[in-house]
Design a protein around this ligand. Structure first.
Ligand SMILES: Cc1cc2nc3c(=O)[nH]c(=O)nc-3n(C[C@H](O)[C@H](O)[C@H](O)COP(=O)(O)O)c2cc1C
Length: 376
């Protein structure tokens, strides 16, 4: 689709070795449509992502790298041949529609639940309940005390990420993004509250970040830095074990600074998701403020994709101010498959039908029309 627009969001950009026609990224969105025992993406996934192919870049929903990584019901995986075949259909459909898509590689760690692991506790850095909820087949359940990973389990998990990255390329993805943030496994290692280890993976900032960097190195080795991105940063929900603490900001600064060594394709950075003014992150961000991007632009030399509560005006402004390179939209892409065209035309955005966001069917998934269809 040819979109006429002089807006900064519509300027082309090179990201790693991909040429993108615009700077509008579809953020990773879990939608729970892989409701089959093998957790294979289906024809419905292909249709859904192809509808959104006018994004400069699509980041897939979080995709589990191994059975151990599972921690959310009906989320597709990327460890089996059947899953690779299923994803090939999805990436083909996106490419035929003129788009590009990277796979988000995910391990839920302690956000999982015994329901996913034959009754055994999920694995994490240490035996500390993250005090969140896990989305199981039987609905939301309180998280439990996880099992601390043994060193050989850490090694195996690093290898699982490498295999998933190779599988992603085999399935036709244009690259991968490591889910290195929010409440999930790597933040469970980075966070001093959930990481009580006394070995080489706990204690100092460098030690808490060791596992993440082993995974970054392995994934880069598998698919190349130009095809590897990462989502990380200090912003979380500010609940349970993820209330920010005195180490949170310094830890993120260390991680993001060190990522410069890898010349990755991108850093997806979430802005504040909640009011941080009474937290140790107060210097960074107010809910609608740009402090997060201003702060980390000073640390990171590569491409930054800004996310959380973006709209057209704010996205254009952040790019024009040189604070970020691209802008990711999550919730807006749920109800607006043609978001770039809507931005170009200044068309109104459709609202998300929330009860249908997570569900097994096409309803609330592939049935949002383009705005031209609505106008016609
Ligand atoms: C329904 C839903 C599912 C999400 N799934 C994921 C996911 O799989 N991986 C991830 O990193 N973030 C996920 N997120 C977070 C989004 O990528 C994004 O960071 C968040 O929605 C804020 O951006 P927005 O204001 O543009 O929606 C999800 C958010 C929503 C609303």
């Amino acid at each position: 689709m040819n979109i006429e627009s002089k807006q900064s969001l519509h300027k082309p950009i090179r990201l790693g070795d991909l040429d993108l026609p615009n700077r509008i990224v579809m953020a990773p969105l879990t939608r729970m449509r892989a409701a089959n025992p093998e957790l294979v993406p289906t024809a419905l996934h292909a249709e859904y992502y192809a509808q959104r192919a006018s994004a400069g870049l699509i980041v897939s929903e979080g995709v589990f790298v191994s059975p151990d990584a599972v921690g959310w019901a009906d989320v597709p995986g990327l460890w089996s041949e059947a899953q690779v075949r299923g994803w090939s259909t999805v990436t083909d459909a996106v490419h035929r529609a003129g788009g590009r898509i990277v796979a988000q590689l995910w391990h839920a760690g302690s956000l999982g639940h015994p329901d996913f692991h034959a009754g055994r506790a999920p694995r994490s850095a240490s035996a500390v309940n993250p005090e969140q909820q896990s989305v199981t087949a039987a609905g939301r359940k309180d998280t439990v005390v996880p099992r601390a990973m043994e060193k050989d389990e850490i090694r195996r998990t690093v290898a699982d990420f490498g295999r998933a990255a190779r599988n992603a390329i085999a399935a036709g993805f244009d690259g991968v993004q490591i889910q290195g943030g929010y409440h999930y496994l790597f933040n469970q290692f980075l966070n001093v509250r959930t990481n009580r280890r006394t070995d080489a993976y706990g204690g100092s900032t460098q030690n808490r970040a060791r596992f993440l960097f082993e995974v970054v190195e392995t994934v880069v080795e598998a698919v190349g830095a130009q095809r590897t991105g990462i989502k990380t940063g200090p912003a979380t929900s500010e609940t349970g074990a993820f209330v920010s603490n005195d180490e949170t900001l310094a830890t993120s600064e260390y991680v993001i600074d060190r990522l410069n060594e890898f010349d990755l394709s991108h850093l997806l950075l979430m802005g504040a998701m909640t009011d941080l003014s009474a937290t140790p992150l107060a210097p960074l961000a107010t809910l609608a403020g740009d402090g997060m991007f201003r702060h980390f632009r000073e640390f990171y030399r590569g491409n930054i994709i800004a996310n959380v509560d973006m709209d057209r005006a704010r996205g254009n402004r952040l790019i024009e101010a040189g604070l970020v390179d691209m802008v990711a939209f999550g919730r807006p892409f749920i109800a607006n498959p043609d978001l770039p065209a809507r931005f170009a035309a200044g068309a109104p955005l459709a609202e998300v039908d929330w009860p249908k966001v997570y569900g097994a069917t096409a309803e609330g998934y592939t049935d949002y029309p383009s705005f031209q269809a609505v106008a016609a």
